[in-house]
Write a protein that binds this ligand. Structure first.
Ligand SMILES: [Zn+2]
Length: 501
């Protein structure tokens, strides 16, 4: 922690030095998925962004409690307060228990996150498991006079709140903007004002997800869960709250209002938001036919996809852009990312068989500079594309050493292996040998290593055949391997190979 870490704070709209409230402890809350369908590319980005932050904060010595919720109730359709609960609706259509739907998609979400190399959070609280805490939050806001009851539902009184505090500080919207932007929902119905949002909703008779409360049998408003669970697990004041930029308004704005209305001040110091992913320049949406789930990316089973892409290709593609920049998906862009990742992983593999040279042309200074450049990028608001560009520079040097244009000293070689491993694998979370779909589709590192050894063994047989001038055997081994997609190169010291699949 000797170097200052800069993070961009959405609340202040500038990069700030990161100073946790209770160092070395850091509390980080990230909005998780609503589990009524498969995770899509838009879920991969926050998951990977905050995985990088989680990894780096731990690496520089912080003890991080990373909380990411599972929304299994209360997220109404179109983010509006009218309409059906998304999970209950899906359940009715499929004739399943709502919790069965939630569990099924939670499991699928975990599988996708695991494939993408995202570490599990420290706590993954479910909204349905925290109904009491959410009711307590609603009661505090009612007691403080910033909410009102209407037909058994409780609404947050945005206008009253705005007179004492300021509503809109995170998104930069004024109350007037908010009113204009809010959809006119059947003459506002139970609400006093368009901008008001539900804290508790009375359930209609047919509504199956419902809990008793002092106001009605019903369910909590969507924004309540993150305020209630963030406070429960990280305290009334904690360091980081994150999510996608699409959550800034209304979700996070409403969370700030709920926190201030209930406890008198804000809970969060740093609000961190990742930017969005567009698909061929368009926003992703079910109606546009460009809604691609993560399992579809991994299988290639979608009309927009030329073929399958490995989870590590998706991860690398996302990390090639800074988390606050937009990213545009296309098949070309993903295939370019796949090639780049392969180049990096090939260099890592080549690095393992390089022989050092005393007094070599690449010395320890080269590695120290590389390491500092990578650290500088990470300390500057987690700038992963800069880290990747430095790793590509190192790749060029590694390839020059392989081609005997350069040589490397023993201490530089060891240090280069360490720095490469630290940034590519430990901090960016890439996995060796995982660029191809085949490698990702169930072949783990140990199996892959065993397969690699079999190829080495065959090539040693071929070397022996060559030494015995048995050209027929030598060519046969090379041609058979080539037919399977192995590219064999003869070098001064023997051979190298790679699988072009
Ligand atoms: Zn949230």
């Amino acid at each position: 922690m000797e170097q200052a870490l800069y993070v961009y704070n959405t609340l202040t709209r500038k990069k700030e030095v990161f100073r946790p409230l209770h160092a070395p402890h850091v509390g980080m809350y990230v909005c998780g998925p609503t589990v009524y369908g498969d995770a899509h590319l838009g879920h991969a980005r926050p998951a990977i962004t905050f995985d990088i932050i989680f990894r780096f904060l731990q690496h520089i010595g912080y003890k991080v409690r990373y909380v990411r919720n599972i929304t299994d109730v209360g997220h109404l359709e179109h983010d509006a307060d009218e309409g059906e609960d998304k999970i209950a609706k899906k359940a009715r259509l499929e004739q399943l228990e709502p919790m069965e739907v939630a569990q099924y998609y939670t499991n699928r979400f975990h599988e996708a996150m695991d494939a993408l190399g995202c570490l599990p959070p420290s706590i993954e609280p479910h909204a349905t498991g925290h109904i009491i805490e959410q009711q307590q939050l609603v009661q505090q806001i009612l007691d403080n006079g910033f909410a009102y009851e209407s037909n058994g539902s409780i609404y947050f009184d945005v206008e009253k709140y705005n007179k004492v505090h300021k509503y809109g500080i995170l998104s930069g919207r004024s109350l007037e903007n908010v009113k204009d932007a809010s959809r006119d929902l059947a003459g506002v119905g139970e609400k006093h004002n368009q901008a008001d949002f539900a804290l508790w909703k009375a359930a209609q008779p047919e509504h199956i997800m419902r809990w008793p409360s002092p106001w009605s049998d019903g369910f909590p408003g969507w924004h309540c869960e993150c305020t209630a669970m963030g406070r429960k697990y990280l305290g009334a004041h904690f360091d980081i709250h994150g999510g996608g930029m699409d959550l800034v308004f209304p979700h996070h704005e409403c969370e700030i209002a709920q926190a201030v209305a209930s406890q008198g001040d804000q809970m969060v110091t740093y609000w961190i938001h990742n930017n969005m992913i567009t698909i061929e320049g368009q926003k992703m949406g079910k109606s546009l036919g460009n809604f691609i789930t993560l399992p579809q990316f991994f299988s290639g089973d979608h009309p927009k996809l030329d073929r399958a892409y490995s989870p590590m290709t998706i991860r690398f593609f996302i990390l090639q852009a800074h988390y606050r920049s937009t990213v545009d998906f296309s098949n070309d862009a993903l295939q370019a990312a796949e090639k780049g990742l392969e180049r990096l992983l090939d260099a890592w593999k080549a690095l393992q068989s390089i022989q050092p040279t005393d007094g070599g042309s690449v010395g320890i200074d080269f590695v120290n500079t590389l390491k500092q450049q990578c650290y500088d990028a990470m300390y500057d608001d987690f700038n992963t594309p800069i880290v990747i560009s430095h790793l590509f520079d190192a790749t060029k040097t590694i390839n020059s050493i392989v081609d005997k244009k350069e040589t490397i000293t023993p201490d530089a070689l060891e240090a280069l292996k360490e720095v490469f491993k630290l940034f590519a694998f430990d901090l960016l979370g890439l996995k060796a040998g995982a660029a191809s779909v085949a490698a990702a589709g169930g072949m783990n590192d140990a199996r892959e290593e065993a397969f690699g050894k079999v190829v080495d063994m065959l090539l040693e047989q071929r070397a022996k055949a060559k030494a015995n001038k048995d050209w027929a055997t030598s060519d046969m081994i090379r041609d058979n391997l080539a037919a399977l997609g192995f590219e064999v190169k003869d070098t001064k010291d023997g051979f190298t190979w790679k699988l072009n699949k």
